[in-house]
Design a protein around this ligand. Structure first.
Ligand code: MG
Length: 331
């Protein structure tokens, strides 16, 4: 028998306006901004660390599990530990899996893994339990770093007075498409960002923004969790230099950029005599060390290189990520 309540026209109308239908949840650009509203696969995705024993001996293993929407998972297994936690660059093992409720299953030609309640159990092809990893939530050592004396606090959650086009979310976080009123030459920048959870999106469509130095040079912000770390991915200097290591944490984690920037130099005739240089730490790990930046990046408020100082700009690429605790100290 049909639910008699459905016969009430007013109620039927209310039900048709239900907030998230299955179809909405599958939309390619569907973005979640907090864990509470995220679908069940959020609990399975993330980082796992532990050790594994096989014929070669016992060794540390780190695994990144990436939600792909529609109950699909991808994984990247790093022998030696997660990037920034032991991995020495050996080619990782990549594969796929599925999620059912809050349980995940991953398979490769070497065996399989079951994920439930933060435990990641690995079985060999002959069904021996050969390892168990635990879910880890890494925190950047510079998270919450206070502005040093003499720094300009661009955003601390109280107001947007130091910003042009500054918009705050209800939870007092800064939204994309914003630039500093002050302009800077050589400086140290601290920035905290939180990527949206967009399991159905891929590549450049996944929580894309960007942090422009002097309004000219983009340090890419993107959900690159589990990717290889290219110059158009998180921590990359767009179109110029890939990061030494992909330190991107899972989406909805707070992450940090600590950037030292030295402006390009120009002669009296206006010709460039030295490229801009930058050292970038992503989540506390140096991913560019005194890296030369050969030229400006398109898409920023200035783009073209020049001798005059420029603003910090946080790009709107159509995705709703968030920022907090931003300060700049001139050097
Ligand atoms: Mg970008």
């Amino acid at each position: 028998m049909k639910n008699p309540l459905l016969l009430l026209p007013g109620l039927a109308l209310l039900m048709s306006a239900a907030p998230v239908t299955a179809q909405d949840a599958d939309a390619p650009k569907k973005a979640y901004l907090d864990e509470k509203s995220a679908p069940a696969d959020f609990a399975v995705q993330g980082e796992y660390s532990g050790s594994i024993k096989n014929d070669d001996g016992e060794f540390k293993l780190g695994v990144q599990v990436i939600a792909q929407g529609k109950n699909e998972l991808a994984f990247v297994a790093y022998i030696g530990g997660l990037p920034g936690d032991g991995w020495q660059g050996e080619e990782p093992i990549r594969g796929k899996g599925t999620v059912s409720g809050k349980t995940g299953t991953l398979t490769s030609d070497r065996g399989r893994a079951e994920i439930a309640d933060g435990r990641f159990t690995i079985y060999s092809n002959d069904n021996n339990r050969i390892g168990e990893l635990s879910k880890v939530t890494r925190t950047s050592p510079t998270l919450g770093m206070k502005a040093p004396e003499g720094a300009v606090v661009l955003f601390d959650g109280s107001n947007t007075d130091k910003l042009e086009k500054g918009k705050m979310s209800e939870d007092k976080l800064l939204m994309v498409d914003v630039l500093s009123k002050d302009k800077f030459q050589d400086f140290q920048l601290h920035l905290e960002f939180r990527l949206a959870y967009m399991p159905n999106a891929r590549g450049q469509a996944r929580s894309n923004s960007g942090c422009y130095l002097q309004g000219r040079y983009e340090v890419q912000i993107l959900d690159s969790f589990g990717l290889t770390g290219e110059n158009n991915e998180c921590g990359g200097i767009y179109q110029a230099s890939k990061p030494d290591l992909n330190m991107c944490f899972p989406p909805l984690s707070w992450q940090t950029y600590d950037i030292e920037f030295h402006a390009a130099k120009f002669g009296a005739d206006g010709k460039k005599t030295a490229n801009a240089r930058t050292t970038v730490k992503h989540n506390g790990v140096v991913i560019h060390s005194n890296r030369e930046i050969p030229g400006g990046t398109p898409g920023g408020p200035i783009g073209k290189e020049g001798a005059e100082p420029g603003p910090i700009f946080l790009q709107d690429h159509g995705d709703p990520l968030r920022f907090r605790n931003i300060w700049v100290k001139s050097l």
